[in-house]
Write a protein that binds this ligand. Structure first.
Ligand SMILES: [Fe+2]
Length: 272
């Protein structure tokens, strides 16, 4: 910490990022906060009490509807392509909130935990801005299509325990992205959506690292609590996400992201 600067609370500022509703302001605040962290201008206040319920800032649009109400579109049409890209924008917007919520909500974690999730927030803000710029080039923007709220519902359901959060948000919901993204990338290549391909390749690469962070902290917390990580992961899936495990798995990416072979076998038995 530099003596000549007024120190500020990383976690208090993370809450401001989390609660920002305007996408451009959320990105600006996120990048600025990470920059200040890099410049050693912030205190990582592990003891800070958490008094805010699990609410995050979302813009008025997109309109959120149940997932089954989202229309299916063909990606060969520009509108269909834009709608699929928009679904990635929604995931990335949620992902910024997920990362800042992880920083804000959970006290008494090691310093590295807060550094890891702040870095993820910065990368998610970058992903969102790549996608939003591309949507605008196509004449759309974030909010042009409907979206669903499944990701944030799981964030709310896991707000009481960081171990449960690490198991179910990065290691179930975000890991699903690792399974499906390569197929979408190859479809974009077939349709010569070059920019979309480049953006998704960046996201895919970074998301392996994000899921790996989830794996590391889940394993750390299991060890600290004397719990068997595989058994615990299985129990949490049964309790919270029994309908959310779908094959096929991208075993290569999942192994890189910290899943063990035994966990992949466990997931296989849980899959729909
Ligand atoms: Fe992302």
């Amino acid at each position: 910490m530099k003596d000549n600067k007024i120190s500020q609370s990383l976690r208090r500022r993370a809450l401001a990022c989390l609660q920002a509703t305007d996408p451009q302001i959320k990105i600006q605040l996120s990048l600025q906060l990470y920059q200040e962290l890099q410049e050693d201008l912030l205190v990582i206040d592990k003891r800070m009490p958490v008094d805010s319920p699990c609410t995050a800032g979302f813009p008025e649009k997109p309109e959120l509807v149940p997932v089954y109400q989202l229309p299916k579109r063909k990606i060969a049409s520009l509108e269909g392509h834009a709608a699929l890209i928009h679904s990635f924008a929604h995931i990335e917007f949620n992902a910024i909130n997920i990362a800042w919520d992880a920083v804000y909500r959970f006290s008494f974690m090691p310093t590295q935990y807060y550094l890891d999730w702040a870095k993820i927030a910065k990368e998610e803000a970058y992903h969102f801005s790549l996608i939003d710029d591309y949507l605008r080039e196509m004449g759309y923007q974030y909010g042009s299509f409907q979206a669903h709220n499944d990701l944030w519902n799981m964030v709310s359901e896991t707000a009481h325990d960081v171990m449960v959060r690490m198991a179910l948000v990065p290691r179930v919901l975000e890991a699903r992205g690792l399974d499906v993204t390569p197929t979408i990338i190859s479809k974009f290549k077939q349709h010569n959506y070059q920019r979309a391909t480049e953006i998704l390749e960046i996201i895919y690469h970074d998301e392996i690292g994000h899921v790996e962070v989830g794996s590391q902290w889940f394993n750390h917390l299991c060890e600290k609590r004397g719990l068997d990580p595989v058994e615990t992961f299985g129990n949490l899936i049964q309790q919270y996400a029994s309908d959310k495990i779908r094959k096929p798995f991208n075993e290569f990416a999942r192994l890189k992201a910290g899943f063990t072979q035994v966990e992949l076998e466990l997931l296989d038995t849980c899959a729909k």
